[in-house]
Design a protein around this ligand. Structure first.
Ligand code: ATP
Ligand code: MG
Length: 580
């Protein structure tokens, strides 16, 4: 069927939407692919829906190819299964909770581990039924704190979520690897530039987990990689290389110095370089940052985090380390309530004397000597030695990761880049099957607890990701696999013979199996060309002035190249260009 612009439900906009910051958001709105209904809630218009469905189909084909079976679960869910795993509480404000008319608690599903686990428990009972991979392409709801960039981070979005169930770890690994390979095929077919990074498992629990990140400057995920070894990891997952402990014997005693007006690392270092022998940098100081942990179902706990003073505490890394607890910086009221915390001069001693848990960066090994707060205004310790003068309660991954840091695999240094998470694969293990006692009868007649994997792809987010990676200042540029139409045929000639010729060409292309968008509007060629660039079909065909001389033009939206071809044989030429 030929789609005619004269009747297509589409209005392109000249101006960028006021709330849009990133190119994909601007272009998808301007080109009439999506329309905003509320923050993070969008309608899909004809062109956008075609891209979404095309992506869905690529995902579906690759999931089917690894033996996944498609089902569809509701988005409206009862509280009980999420209560059983504590996620009703753990999910916090991100969960859309509602009540039905009888007052029963319900939610809009943010992800469906619980439901798939109980579904399998209900249907399967024998080892002979295993393994199984189930998936759905379904609408998810998360009340994101910062819905952003249109459909890139929605509060309603489409996810492909798959779950594997196996009898043992070997089976789980096999299912995990099958998904990993399927995802590689999906993202290759979609022509996305991406990396696979090892990730923290966060609130999901479980062990091995990797994320697929599309490379993009507008991404919210920072990852690091080692160009020498190919190691790549989410910043949250980077494990700091801890030096070997050093001998303590013979180190000079710790001394408290008057260090007036040195409540920052810079002023402290300046004081040391002026007053003490030797040269000092921020790395010689131990900075103690106070935070409050909010663990689900527990009272808030104040802890101290000690990091080398040349590094900031990265709250995302800290939060990943203490998950599911959330992290908050101390307020003025907290400092007032705990007068032993002397702002700018906090040291390990007062923390430990007052029963505050003190966690340090892995670089703070026994035998390292530090300049740090002496818990009195304008006073610091010099030469406070870990393992002699203070003993931390443990280590924590909280310090920022920097370009040039050693790679955890020892192969070189790390460099950072930004990415957008497009997929996530987890070996969950038995977290959910334990919660619901998902057992089948084993070969030996004894029950076997199943082990589960969980695998997500951000289907609607991918529309924005592809737009983000594939556009120019004029508009979108869809890869052929997901373009709403293969060919955008522009009638740029008012002559009746030319119009008839264009209609015939459209019919022939349609008959040849191409999806054709025909710009048959009564608008100027200039307006039509602009729209063609904005909408971004990969092949643009122009029936214009040259028609009288027996030629049409084929433009490649990717390369910008244009070629004149004879009207005779134009169908074959366009088909060849569109399928190239
Ligand atoms: P993010 O870190 O971006 O919030 P997540 O870790 O919460 O993502 P998962 O729970 O792993 O996401 O969900 C699987 C996939 O769903 C993600 O890889 C991502 O592509 C997609 N996704 C998650 N949240 C959103 C959202 N708010 N809008 C659109 N897609 C999303
Ligand atoms: Mg994730």
């Amino acid at each position: 069927m030929i789609t005619r612009m004269s009747t297509l439900f589409l209005r392109t906009l000249r101006d960028d939407p006021a709330d849009a910051e990133v190119p994909s958001h601007k272009l998808l709105v301007r080109a009439g692919y999506v329309r905003r209904v509320a923050p993070g809630v969008y309608s899909w218009l004809p062109l956008g829906l075609r891209v979404l469905k095309a992506i869905e189909n690529v995902v579906r084909e690759e999931m089917n190819a690894i033996g996944g079976q498609e089902i569809l679960l509701p988005a409206l869910l009862p509280r009980e299964p999420y209560e059983a795993t504590n996620r009703w509480t753990e999910y916090g404000d991100a969960l859309f909770r509602l009540k039905d008319r009888k007052g029963a608690d319900m939610l809009l599903g943010p992800t469906h581990e619980e439901l798939f686990a109980t579904l399998v428990k209900g249907e399967y009972s024998s080892y002979k039924d295993m393994p199984v991979i189930l998936y759905q392409i379904q609408t998810k709801y998360r009340d994101e704190e910062r819905p952003r960039a249109g459909i890139l981070r929605g509060r309603e979005f489409v996810m492909k979520d798959a779950y594997s169930f196996d009898l043992d770890d070997a089976g789980l690994k096999k299912a995990y690897n099958a998904h990993r390979e399927a995802y590689q095929k999906i993202f290759e077919r979609l022509q996305i530039k991406y990396v696979i990074v090892s990730a923290t498992s966060g609130a999901m629990g479980g062990s091995a987990s990797e994320e697929f990140l599309a490379e993009s400057e507008v991404g919210e995920d920072t990852f690091v990689r080692c160009l020498e070894s190919g190691y790549a990891a989410n910043v949250e997952a980077v494990v700091t290389h801890a030096p070997a402990p050093k001998p303590i014997d013979g180190l000079p005693e710790a001394v408290v110095h008057d260090t007036p007006d040195t409540s920052t690392i810079d002023t402290l270092v300046a004081w040391a370089n002026e007053t003490l022998d030797g040269e000092y940098t921020g790395a010689d100081t131990l900075k103690n940052v106070m935070v409050k942990l909010h663990a689900p179902g527990k009272d808030p706990e104040i802890i101290g985090v000690g990091v080398p003073g040349d590094r900031e505490v990265d709250l995302k890394r800290l939060e990943a380390s203490v998950s599911p607890a959330e992290v908050e910086l101390l307020t003025e009221a907290d400092f007032t309530a705990n007068p032993f915390l002397v702002k700018g001069y906090i040291g390990p001693k007062a923390l430990q004397a007052n029963g505050i848990r003190y966690l340090v960066d892995p670089r703070v090994v026994d035998g390292t000597s530090w300049m740090t707060g002496a818990d009195e205004p304008g006073r610091h310790y010099v030469g406070l030695v870990a393992g002699r003068d203070f003993t931390p309660d443990g280590t924590v991954e909280a310090a920022e990761v920097r370009d040039g840091d050693p790679s955890p695999d020892g192969a070189g240094v790390l460099v950072s880049a930004k990415g957008i998470e497009i997929g996530h694969i987890f070996q969950l293990g038995q977290k959910y099957t334990d919660a619901f006692e998902v057992d089948v009868l084993g070969e030996n007649g004894k029950p076997v607890r199943l082990t589960q994997g969980s695998y997500g792809v951000g289907v609607s987010r991918l529309v924005a990701v592809i737009a983000e990676q594939s556009h120019d200042d004029k508009g979108l540029r869809w890869p052929k696999t997901v373009a709403p139409f293969a060919v955008h045929l522009v009638i740029a000639n008012k002559d009746e013979a030319a119009i008839a010729g264009a209609e015939q060409l459209a019919a022939d292309l349609d008959a040849a199996g191409l999806e054709v968008l025909l710009d048959d509007r009564k608008a100027s060629p200039g307006v039509k060309f602009k729209d063609a660039e904005l909408l971004g079909m990969p092949t643009v065909v122009v029936v214009g002035r040259g028609y009288a001389n027996g030629t049409i033009e084929i433009r490649d939206r990717f390369t910008g190249e244009a070629a004149e071809v004879a009207v005779d044989g134009a169908v074959d030429a366009v088909v060849a260009a569109a399928r190239a």
